[in-house]
Design a protein around this ligand. Structure first.
Ligand code: ATP
Length: 314
């Protein structure tokens, strides 16, 4: 279990994280979302004791990360910027890490196998592609067989096969009862990976709820209607208070009215219906809707500021 209590972190004038509280439960993948510059990486660094909060507290399993005697056995992390000694082989990189925690060479071989780097284990990590570097970072996170995983953009640089692999891995790790906190900008990927969401904007909590609840809360619901009488039906639906747009020949998209009510309107007007399908909004739509006021570096209406963040290392 990860706990953040009233975390606040300032960099000069800039408040990166503001009075942020949440807890991450074991047994499910929790997605950590927020627009660029929202404070996700800073929060992860605070959780891992890589930065000190100005106020508040961050604990993993009830203890500060920096107080854990063998931290890799409790929490594994992948942060955005990699800290691999470029001259070292993947094997030696992991072996050095393992030795600091009293872990043997057997575990190094196991994680190399698990992340699919066995064949290139003796090659210089500096020559690795972005995707291979991510796999090595994930291997390092898994080295101590930890009960908590904190992964910042783990799918970054991975090809479709790699993305599917990490998705399955995260779900399996959660199903084993581990706590998995993962950030990503890929909404479609998050939608099929995370069960719970913590969403922040401008360093503050925007939502802490299940994926389903988050999408429902945004109100991004519509109904797809197919009818040979689309033109006439469209007028009846609009008269009944529905927001209706013609999305194709004989196809309508209706907002503000539920499927049952649309069926009643069609029956009352004698319109034939071929299809009435409720359409749940996407995570992307919900995210855009609920974080609209928290976007710091948007394409329009922004301040023109650039993201002046510094890379972190783990
Ligand atoms: N070391 C630092 N010094 C100064 N400002 C920083 C530092 N680290 C982060 N910031 C600022 O704090 C804010 C939050 O940054 P952070 O990297 O945590 O956001 P993020 O949600 O991870 O963003 P992204 O999605 O772009 O990776 C940003 O405005 C960033 O510029």
């Amino acid at each position: 279990m990860i706990e953040a209590k009233n975390l606040t972190k300032r960099y000069g004038e800039k408040t990166a994280v503001a009075d942020l509280s949440f807890s991450v439960e074991p047994g499910k993948v929790t997605g950590f979302l927020g627009p660029n510059g929202a404070g996700k990486s800073t929060t992860m660094r605070l959780l891992l004791g890589l930065d000190r909060p100005d106020s508040g507290d961050a604990t993993i399993g009830g203890r500060h990360y920096q107080d854990l005697p063998q931290p890799l056995r409790v929490a594994g992390a992948l942060l955005e910027a990699k800290a691999v000694h470029t001259g070292r082989s993947a094997y030696n990189h992991l072996l050095c890490l393992a030795q600091t925690q009293g872990l043997g060479t057997k575990r190094v071989d196991e994680v190399l196998e698990l992340v699919g780097l066995k064949e290139v284990a003796r090659k210089r990590a500096g020559g690795f592609s972005l995707g291979m570097g991510q796999r090595l970072g994930i291997a390092a996170a898994l080295l101590g067989d930890p009960s908590v995983l904190i992964l910042d953009e783990p799918v970054n640089g991975l090809d479709p096969e790699g993305i599917l692999w990490i998705r399955t891995l995260m779900k399996d790790l959660a199903a084993e009862g581990r706590t998995v906190l993962v950030s990503s900008h890929l909404m479609n990927e998050m939608a099929v990976t995370a069960e719970h969401l913590i969403v922040i904007g401008r360093g503050r909590l925007v939502a802490d709820c299940s994926m389903d609840e988050f999408i429902e809360r945004s109100g991004a619901l519509s109904v797809l209607v197919r009818s040979p009488d689309a033109e006439a039906l469209k007028e009846d639906i609009a008269r009944a208070g529905g927001t209706v747009t013609q999305s194709g020949a004989g196809e309508l998209t209706v907002e503000n009215l539920e499927t049952g009510r649309i069926g009643e309107i069609a029956a009352a007007g004698g319109h034939v219906l071929h299809e009435v399908v409720p359409r749940r909004g996407s995570l992307e739509e919900a995210f855009m809707e609920l974080t609209r006021d928290s976007v710091e570096y948007g394409a329009t209406g922004g301040t023109g500021a650039t993201n002046g963040k510094r890379g972190g290392t783990a």
